[in-house]
Design a protein around this ligand. Structure first.
Ligand SMILES: [Mg+2]
Ligand SMILES: [Zn+2]
Length: 236
């Protein structure tokens, strides 16, 4: 039986945030649009950012080179290659977009280690980047309409043969919802010191914790390798 490793992308696979990377690059040319805290969904805001980037003359090449140069979290390529070599399925589940994630994986030679990328669809048209929400959900009230990672993960798992186990690695607030739906034999890897880690700690110290899975915080992906491959058959 195959196992599944689910990863967030920003600040989990890459040490940076891809949207913030582009917003900063845009800031060098022209002030980016203001984020309104009343906005619940991030995708309409990024759509505005891409419109401004286009008007400011930030080219496809500028955007892709900024994305491609983001550094990986230490140990990520070793971890992804070890998972692939051991026959694991790998799902990248992120509120970024297909253009950023697929380009970064390609530049870093890791596309073959990933089974599927589930994220907002983006595409180029006449030099401008467009983004469409991954879903329009109202079933989960704690997640934005464009992405509940619990719903996306359930959809992915429903199309695949039953998994032996599921492990989930992430850092953000929107990784908490799927973490609460993992079964007791699963493992959640929260990046230490980031919002998911805080939310997990908070629920675990409450009288009725929402998390049943084993929790292993990490500072770099070598800690995850050690947990998943204790026999040390690691590809570097
Ligand atoms: Mg993240
Ligand atoms: Zn949710």
């Amino acid at each position: 039986m195959v196992s599944l490793a689910v990863f967030d992308f920003d600040r989990t696979i890459v040490d940076d945030d891809s949207d913030a990377t582009i917003i900063n690059r845009l800031r060098e040319k022209q002030p980016p649009p203001e984020w309104e805290s009343t906005n619940h969904d991030w995708t309409p805001y990024m759509s505005d950012v891409f419109q401004h980037a286009y008007s400011a003359g930030l080219s496809e090449e500028d955007i892709l080179s900024a994305i491609g140069s983001m550094r990986e979290c230490p140990g990520v390529s070793s971890l992804l290659k070890s998972l692939a070599a051991s026959g694991w399925d790998v799902l990248l589940l992120t509120d970024a977009n297909t253009v950023f994630v697929n380009h970064w994986l390609k530049v870093h030679g890791l596309e073959d280690t990933v089974t599927q990328v589930m994220t907002n669809r983006a595409f180029w048209n006449n030099g401008r980047l467009y983004i469409e929400p991954l879903m329009k959900q109202t079933a989960c009230s704690r997640c934005p309409t464009n992405l509940c990672k619990s719903i996306a993960l359930a959809q992915f798992i429903a199309q695949r043969p039953a998994y032996k186990t599921v492990v989930y690695t992430g850092d953000g607030r929107n990784d908490f919802c799927p973490a609460t739906n993992l079964p007791p034999h699963a493992t959640v890897f929260p990046r230490r010191g980031y919002p998911l880690d805080d939310l997990v700690k908070k629920t675990l110290s409450s009288p009725a914790p929402l998390i049943q899975a084993k929790v292993v915080p990490w500072d770099d992906c070598y800690a995850i390798i050690k947990e998943l491959f204790p026999e040390n058959n690691v590809i570097s």
